[in-house]
Design a protein around this ligand. Structure first.
Ligand code: MN
Length: 229
């Protein structure tokens, strides 16, 4: 008979703190940059929508790391995103006060099995397995708001093997962090330890085994994630 091994709990280091950030849930915003919404064939004026990844999909990418190429895909794609770390929970947040619930920020990758996502969209099926596999959320160290302030603008970019693929500015987000938190918290209460991946700019694309992705957001430490050979 099987015995119960120690359950896994994802955690991320916090810059300047000995205490890690324990991850509760991972929420993600779909299509939050107009140019990316257009490249995905969507209406840029749609309100934000949300999906989730399991917390164990988070990979600590505070140092250069690698992830395995996931099964059942031939089109693994990168999406570089600003990640918001929730410190205090709440529901129905007022957009004017929503940022008071933010503990810090990080850079992350919403890795996506795009072929599975396209298939699911075509069939009207859930996207879940396109987005929620183990290793699908490499995230850098959390930078506390008390250290870096709130990130409303600044360059966001991703290169693969030294070649720039995604390059935009946080100011191009259709819905601000505060607006996203307000809308998300109307659907479900936010809890301490929740993460919100705030959507990706245009330029998403395919990666293969051996590729090295480098993500940058002004004010945060860089992210370096390789796809294992
Ligand atoms: Mn995304």
């Amino acid at each position: 008979m099987a015995t119960l091994a120690e359950p896994m709990r994802a955690q991320l280091p916090v810059v300047g703190s000995a205490h890690p950030f324990l991850v509760t849930r991972v929420f993600c915003v779909g299509r939050n940059y107009a140019a990316h919404a257009r490249e995905m064939g969507a209406d840029v004026r749609e309100p934000p929508f949300f999906f989730m990844k399991p917390s164990v999909a988070v990979v600590d990418a505070s140092r250069p790391t690698s992830i395995s190429y996931p099964p059942k895909t031939n089109d693994l794609q990168h999406e570089v995103e600003l990640v918001v770390a929730i410190g205090t929970g709440g529901r129905d947040l007022d957009p004017a006060r929503a940022l008071e619930h933010v503990y810090g920020y990080a850079i992350g990758l919403d890795m996506t099995r795009r072929d599975l996502q396209r298939h699911a969209k075509d069939k009207g099926q859930p996207w879940e397995f396109a987005k929620s596999f183990l290793g699908s959320a490499p995230i850098g160290a959390i930078h506390k708001v008390s250290e870096v302030g709130h990130l409303r603008e600044g360059a966001i970019s991703l290169s693969v093997n030294g070649q720039v693929r995604q390059s935009s500015n946080l100011s191009q987000m259709t819905w601000s962090v505060a607006e996203c938190l307000a809308q998300l918290s109307a659907y479900d209460a936010l809890l301490p330890g929740d993460l919100l991946m705030t959507g990706t700019p245009e330029g998403v694309g395919k990666v293969v085994r051996g590729d090295v992705m480098r993500g940058q957001i002004a004010g945060l430490a860089d992210l370096a994630v390789a796809i294992a050979p």
